[in-house]
Design a binder for this molecule. Structure first.
Ligand SMILES: [Zn+2]
Length: 292
């Protein structure tokens, strides 16, 4: 009898503990919902209309990007409100990130892709003019379009890590969070092109911080900024993009363009006009996979 009641009591305790654990799991699950929802909607966006990184604040980054920098998009905070030329941010804001090639040659860089609508068009134009460039790819897009990452590398272009989800506020996160974001992105790239070097990192929005520069370097990537920015993500039209690039290009320029993140047909059209002029005036290069 005593033994029976003690067994019954033990069973009751076990039931209570199990119920308590289930309850905790439910509460935990509920608390995770806000984190999961944006990720799911991002997946839908990616497959339907493509992501819109540059012109929208911090998608899917709850509690992440500070609102000010979230709206800074691809243009660094130091450049906003300046003369609109998109010239270099001040050195103080770059934390040592490269803004030029360091050689007389000019480099075209294409950010936020790959995107099945625009990346193939960009690749076709670059092939037509026998130009190699550098593609700063977003991890989730590399994961969704590995065949485009392969096409980029097969054509002789070089790669740059542009974070997993274009997190403009990444630099404000912990070193561990930054590291896992960058490593996740490299893993997605390497899943597509296992042997391709990834030796550059470009912070979304150019919102550099000491931690993001430092973690990128620890992972063997050199921080990459730019020196010519036609703000093509603002959709100024092919004429304006072309005029800005052609008037500002000089030896050593790193030109910032976008092959994804929104409607980039204007960029593609601008590229069609830019390439004959630039290739006549400069030697163009993909950024080295052995930066010094
Ligand atoms: Zn970007």
């Amino acid at each position: 009898m005593t033994r029976g009641s003690s067994t019954a009591r033990a069973a009751g305790i076990v039931t209570l503990v199990v119920a308590g654990l289930l309850g905790s799991a439910y509460v935990l699950g509920r608390s995770l919902v806000p984190d999961q929802t944006p990720r799911q909607s991002t997946g839908v966006t990616t497959s339907a209309d493509g992501p819109h990184y540059a012109d929208q604040p911090g998608l899917g980054e709850p509690g992440g990007a500070p609102s000010a920098s979230a709206n800074a998009a691809e243009t660094g905070p130091a450049e906003a409100g300046q003369d609109g030329s998109g010239r270099n941010a001040g050195d103080d804001n770059l934390f040592g990130a490269h803004a030029t090639t360091g050689t007389p040659r000019l480099a075209l860089t294409f950010d936020d892709g790959p995107d099945p609508r625009y990346t193939p068009q960009v690749l076709d134009l670059l092939r037509e003019y026998d130009v190699r460039a550098t593609f700063c790819v977003v991890g989730e897009n590399a994961q969704n379009h590995p065949e485009l990452v392969q096409s980029i590398v097969d054509a002789g272009h070089t790669l740059c890590n542009h974070s997993w989800h274009h997190d403009v506020g990444l630099g404000a996160r912990s070193a561990d969070a930054i590291r896992s974001d960058l490593l996740r992105t490299n893993a997605a790239i390497r899943a597509a092109v296992p042997n391709a070097p990834i030796v550059w990192y470009r912070q979304p929005g150019g919102a550099w911080t000491y931690p993001v520069v430092s973690v990128a370097q620890q992972l063997g990537m050199t921080p990459l900024h730019w020196s010519v920015d036609p703000s093509d993500w603002e959709l100024p039209g092919a004429n304006k993009i072309t005029a800005t690039v052609l008037s500002q290009a000089e030896p050593g320029s790193v030109v910032l363009l976008h092959d994804a993140g929104g409607d980039r047909q204007g960029t593609v059209e601008a590229l069609r006009r830019i390439l004959p002029d630039l290739t006549a005036r400069f030697e163009l290069e993909a950024l080295s996979t052995d930066p010094t």
